[in-house]
Design a protein around this ligand. Structure first.
Ligand SMILES: Cc1ncc(COP(=O)(O)O)c(C=O)c1O
Length: 448
C-alpha cells in the first residue's frame, strides 16, 4: 500500500500549468497551495496518500469527520446500493423510509428528550436551522420579541450568515461586516491560569455570568438562544471550565432562553461520550451535529430538538400545511442517509465511542509529553481532541501554518488554527498510531 493507484495520479496536473486554476478553494491559501500543491488521492483506515504515493497518517480525521477511519467499505457499499435504487427523493412533502429510520437511530445516541431530528447538508446549515427553530419556537409561544442571540468569543459556528454572526473568530467575520444584528458575544474561557490543564479547567466557570449580564442589559426575555460549542474546536480545543456549562443551563432556564449546543465537532464520540452533552452532564434544548454522522463520507448534518420544541412549532401551524418554512433540497438525501445508517451500525457494532473513551487518557498523556518543548506555550486536551499551541513567530498564525505543512511533509496530516496544531485522530487509533503522531510532532517542533 506504499504507492498511490497510478490511475489516480495527477499527471494532468503535472503536465498542465493551469490545471489548478479553476477551483476556488475554500478556507485555503489559494496562491500558495496552487504553487505547491499537496493533493490527496486515496485513503484507507488511519492513512491518506498523496498523488506522489506518500503515506500520511490522518491525525485530524480529515476535519474531525472520519471517526471510523477512511474508506469504510460498508459505507461505500451502502451509498452505491442506495444510488442504484433511489438516487433522490424530494424531501418536501415527500420522503423515503430510510430517513425516518436514520432519525430514529440517531436518537439512540442523543440525550433523552432530544428526539426530533431535522436533517441538513452540513454543520453550517445545522446552525442556521437551529437559529430559525429557536425564533419559530418563541414566536409560536407568543414570545416573538425574543430576537437576540448570545454566543462566545473564539467560537466557530460555520460559515452561513447566521453562523458567521454567532462566530467569534475575527478572520471569519471581518470581511463580511457583522453578519446579523442582535448577536452578542460572551468572553471566551482561555484563561492564562488554565494553560497546560488536562481536560476541564478548575477555573473560569464564573465567565458564564456574562450571560447574566446580557440578560440584565438587554432583557432575558428578549434573548432567543445561547449557542455554545461544549468544547470550542476550531479555535483549538478549549474545554469548558468545570461548572461553566451547568451555569449557562441555569441562567437559560431562569430566563426561558434556549440553550443550543454546537456539537459539530464534539458530537459522535469526540469527547469520549456520545455527545458533549453526555460528557459534561448538561442537556441542551437543541443540538447541532454533522461531520462524523456519516464518517465524513457524505455531506450531512442534523439538528436534534427537544420533543416539545417540535410539538410547539408543529401544533402552532395549520391543521394541513407546512408548519416550519425551512429545509434544503438535500435534506435527508438518500445517499447521505445510507451513509448515516451504515455509520450508526459501525458505532454500535464496533463500540466506537467506548473505544474513543478508552483511548483518550493514553492520547492525552502522550500529547502532554510535548510540554517540555521550548516552542510549546500551551496544551489543551479532552477526549480524543488536543491542541498544541506554539509561540507566535512573526505574525500570529504564521508559525502554526508553516508547522502544519512541515508535519504533513513528515507524514502527519493535521489542522492548524492560528498557532494551535489540532490533533483529533480517528477512534480506530491504536497506541502505536498515537506514539507515531507524538514522535513526529516532537521531531518537527524540536526544529522550529
Ligand atoms: C463547531 C462547528 N460548527 C459548525 C461548523 C460548520 O460545519 P460545516 O463546515 O460542515 O458547514 C464547524 C466546522 O468545522 C464546526 O467546527
Amino acid at each position: 500500500m506504499g504507492h498511490a493507484d497510478p490511475q489516480l495520479s495527477t499527471t494532468a496536473v503535472a503536465s498542465d500549468s493551469h490545471a489548478l486554476d479553476n477551483f476556488w478553494m475554500p478556507f485555503s491559501p489559494n496562491k500558495e497551495f496552487k504553487a505547491e500543491p499537496r493533493l490527496l488521492v486515496k485513503g484507507e483506515g488511519m492513512y491518506v496518500w498523496t498523488a506522489a504515493g506518500k503515506k500520511v497518517l490522518d491525525a485530524s480525521s480529515g476535519l474531525f469527520c472520519v471517526a471510523a477511519g477512511h474508506c469504510r467499505p460498508e459505507i461505500a457499499e451502502a451509498v452505491y446500493s442506495q444510488l442504484k435504487t433511489l438516487d433522490y427523493a424530494a424531501p418536501f412533502a415527500r420522503g423515503h423510509p430510510k430517513s425516518f429510520q436514520l432519525a430514529r437511530e440517531v436518537t439512540e445516541f442523543t440525550p433523552t428528550g432530544l428526539d426530533r431530528i431535522f436533517f441538513v447538508g452540513s454543520g453550517s446549515e445545522s446552525i442556521d436551522s437551529a437559529m430559525k427553530m429557536a425564533l419559530a419556537y418563541h414566536r409560536a409561544r407568543g414570545q416573538g420579541q425574543r430576537q437576540l442571540f448570545i454566543s462566545r468569543e473564539r467560537a466557530y459556528h460555520g460559515v452561513n450568515m447566521g453562523g458567521v454572526a454567532l462566530s467569534g473568530m475575527i478572520n471569519n467575520r471581518k470581511a463580511f461586516g457583522v453578519g446579523l444584528p442582535g448577536v452578542y458575544h460572551m468572553r471566551h474561557t482561555a484563561l492564562p491560569q488554565n494553560k497546560f490543564v488536562k481536560g476541564q479547567p478548575e477555573t473560569g466557570a464564573d465567565l458564564a455570568e456574562d450571560l447574566q449580564r446580557y440578560c440584565a442589559m438587554y432583557g432575558g426575555d428578549n434573548i432567543a438562544a445561547v449557542f455554545i460549542e461544549p468544547t470550542a474546536g476550531s479555535f483549538g480545543c478549549l474545554p469548558p471550565p468545570k461548572g461553566y456549562l451547568n451555569r449557562l443551563r441555569e441562567i437559560c432556564d431562569q430566563h426561558g432562553i434556549l440553550l443550543v449546543f454546537d456539537e459539530v465537532i464534539t458530537g459522535w464520540g469526540r469527547m469520549g461520550a456520545n455527545f458533549g452533552a453526555q460528557a459534561f452532564g448538561v442537556t441542551p434544548d437543541l443540538m447541532c451535529m454533522a461531520k462524523a454522522i456519516t464518517n465524513g463520507a457524505q455531506p450531512m448534518g442534523a439538528v436534534a430538538a427537544r420533543t416539545d420544541i417540535y410539538d410547539t412549532i408543529t401544533n402552532a401551524g395549520p391543521a394541513k400545511g407546512i408548519e416550519f418554512f425551512h429545509g434544503y433540497t438535500y435534506s435527508a438525501h438518500p445517499a447521505c442517509v445510507a451513509a448515516g445508517l451504515a455509520m450508526m451500525k459501525i458505532f454500535r457494532e464496533e463500540k466506537l465511542i467506548d473505544r474513543a473513551a478508552a483511548m483518550a487518557p493514553y492520547f492525552i498523556d502522550a500529547v502532554f509529553s510535548l510540554a517540555d518543548l521550548p516552542v510549546v506555550v500551551d496544551i489543551r486536551a479532552i477526549g480524543m481532541m488536543a491542541a498544541v499551541e506554539v509561540a507566535v513567530e512573526g505574525s500570529p498564525g504564521a508559525r502554526g501554518h508553516e508547522l502544519q505543512k512541515r508535519l504533513f511533509d513528515a507524514g502527519i496530516n493535521l489542522k492548524s488554527t492560528g498557532d494551535s496544531l489540532i490533533i483529533a485522530p480517528p477512534f480506530i487509533s491504536e497506541k502505536s498510531h498515537i506514539d507515531h503522531i507524538v514522535s513526529v510532532l516532537r521531531e518537527v517542533l524540536s526544529k522550529p
